[in-house]
Design a protein around this ligand. Sequence first.
Ligand SMILES: *Cc1c(COP(=O)(O)O)cnc(C)c1O
Length: 440
Amino acid sequence: MSKQDTEIHKLVEREEQRQIEMIGLIPSENNGSPAVHAVLSSSLNNKYSEGYPGRRYYEGNQNIDEIENVARDRVKELFGVPYVNVQPYSGSPANSAIYFALMQPGETLMGLKLANGGHLTHGHPNVTASGRFYNSVQYGVSDNARINFDEVRQLALKHKPRVIVAGNTAYPFELEFDKFREIADEVGAWLVADISHVTGLVVGGQHQSPVPYADVIMTTTHKTFRGPRGAMILVTERGLEKDPDLGKKIDSAIIPGLQGGPHNATTAGIAIAAKEAAQPEFQDYAKRVRENADALADSLKANGLKLVGDGTETHLMVIDLSEISPGLGVQVAYAMDVAGIYANRNTVPHEPGSPFYPSGVRLGTPLVTTRGMGVEEMKQIGEWIARVVDIVKDKTLPEDKKERAKFIKEFRAQADANKDLLAIRKEVTALASTFPLFKS
Ligand SMILES: *Cc1c(COP(=O)(O)O)cnc(C)c1O
């Protein structure tokens, strides 16, 4: 990287140092391989190529055409699907494109509630495009924190959705695409699997594949897939059987529907990531992500913490702090950051706090596994997190909503100077600094 712009360069170096010294447990984050990183800053970033291989609106796309074809072929082979579009700018616009292709405005979309582990783009009401342009009906989880398929079926029979989305961001269990398929068939809905979070586990043989069940699959490419920031839309055999034009409809929804020129450096990064994901080492990576998730969950529980659904079947888990103190997620996530371990606060099912002051903290193992950490480190990290919770457990959020912002501000100032948290940070830094950003 050019060091001419010292103001920015200093900040980038500082960010790299932060990532090295700290332990990242945000389940949607990961580190791409050096090969993926290299291609992102290549000359591919310079080129305009609106359209698709062989059908571009700009000249000079001979090489770009080949790159996009290689990316598409590798992804098709990796997942075993007949059609793929690698151009979505990211996961959110990719979901918009799928809805744009499959629904008219005002038709019914069904997705998992955000507060129960869904994503904003799955029809979260009022504030999102998916919740405003479509008639959004949302399903949730049962008391055991698992998706309530009786509710999904009842809602589907009643509201006759055009599209049912099966996808998750904070749901720790496997998505049962086979069960969604039955319900989608009963009501004649399209089944869209949004596997952004679990795609690496699917490819790595650690999670049920949606390919035999879904009509359309969306995944981001920068989470467990370990590619560049981007997304792709896959159409399955089943989807093409129902509508032979489905692939074309997805392509037109991307451009001219929603996007202009594709990000060609990203496309090349997706091709590289797809090749890496086809190697035996990636199967091993996915296995270690799962082992680490189980080890972290066990350690948290052994140290007295409660988990939503009592554990995990994937790469992620949510600590449930609601019994200690409703709304404690803000304080714990902040204190963990001071202690060198960054994650994010999250709602728990039947949240007694609020979305802004939730009672959970979401954790995942994709990134620490990429850095080469294993079961021993997970055990240690679980202990550190339990120590952090112990340090802040009495910092109860005020009942009076007007006092909350001030309380959090004061809490943060205290936490920044808290000797016990800073002592943990020293231990964390000593450990984390011995692991590279990308090992295997
Ligand atoms: C991350 C994610 C998205 C959105 O992806 P962005 O790249 O952040 O826009 C959509 N759906 C699910 C399930 C996700 O996890």
